[in-house]
Design a protein around this ligand. Structure first.
Ligand SMILES: [Zn+2]
Length: 271
């Protein structure tokens, strides 16, 4: 995923927001453009059943947030690496490699809840606005204008990828974790999947670091993040927590279907 990253893409984003704050409509238009580019660049799984499940699960979480009015879209990227990212406007991407590491529905829901949290808190948009205030080299208007369709600008924006939207501050990550817990509980899903997923990934980093490299590059994860998430969960009423769903038959059907796909088109880079 990192291979698609370029500062140029970020520069174009900054240019789009020159000297103004980003409205929801601008955020959505920008997100649609990025999503279009990403979908053209990354191997997106087109299997209808797989897409239906991830969209039903994702939407059941997203539409109960205070940004339920966005047209949320969830995509599975056919890559064996563990990664997930959110594009402004409500476009969420999760790698096949991450799905294959989950063992229960609430773990996948937790990842979606976290990425939804980044969009709900407008982390990417705020980054753009802040960088704009700092006046970081903005010269070219794009993204929201027709200039993007010219070949030169097109080449630059083609470099867009998950890392642009996944590289958040530690504070943003903590906020997204907290949002993730709230988001899944609101949807009736057990939040324990969030710290469980962290533990699965930490364990894999200890044993087979190559497959989770991309994830840890964009999601700095320390053991205290697990502890913090568990503390937050413990503050909920135990009876409420017991009433939540942690797994489903549909999730296992979905996961089997993902696992039964032909090998991913982009073999893992080994070095
Ligand atoms: Zn994150």
């Amino acid at each position: 995923m990192k291979r698609f990253l370029s500062r140029a893409a970020l520069g174009l984003t900054l240019a789009a927001t020159a000297a103004c704050s980003v409205s929801t409509q601008q955020e959505v238009e920008m997100g649609q453009q990025y999503a279009q580019q990403i979908n053209a660049q990354l191997p997106i799984i087109t299997d209808l059943e797989i897409n239906r499940y991830v969209n039903v699960l994702g939407d059941s979480i997203a539409r109960l947030t205070n940004r339920g009015d966005l047209q949320w879209r969830f995509y599975v990227v056919d890559s064996p690496e563990v990664n997930a990212f959110a594009v402004p406007g409500g476009f969420i991407y999760v790698n096949r490699g991450l799905i294959e590491r989950t063992t229960k529905m609430d773990q996948l829901a937790g990842v979606l809840g976290h990425e939804i949290g980044h969009v709900v808190r407008r982390h990417s948009v705020k980054q753009m606005e802040q960088q704009q205030k700092a006046n970081v080299g903005v010269t070219l208007a794009c993204v929201l204008t027709r200039i993007c369709e010219s070949q030169a600008a097109g080449a630059a924006i083609n470099a867009v990828g998950g890392a642009v939207f996944a590289r958040f501050s530690r504070q943003d990550e903590q906020e997204a974790d907290a949002e993730g817990v709230r988001n899944v509980i609101r949807a009736g899903i057990d939040p324990d999947g969030i710290p469980e997923m962290f533990e699965i990934l930490l364990e894999e980093r200890r044993t087979r670091p190559a497959g989770v490299e991309a994830w840890f590059a964009t999601h700095p994860l320390e053991e205290d993040r697990i502890a913090e998430t568990r503390r937050q969960i413990a503050s909920y009423d135990a009876a409420v927590l017991r009433s939540l769903t942690d797994d489903s038959k549909n999730y296992h059907t979905f996961k089997s279907r993902v696992q039964s796909l032909p090998p991913s088109p982009t073999p893992r880079q080994t070095q």
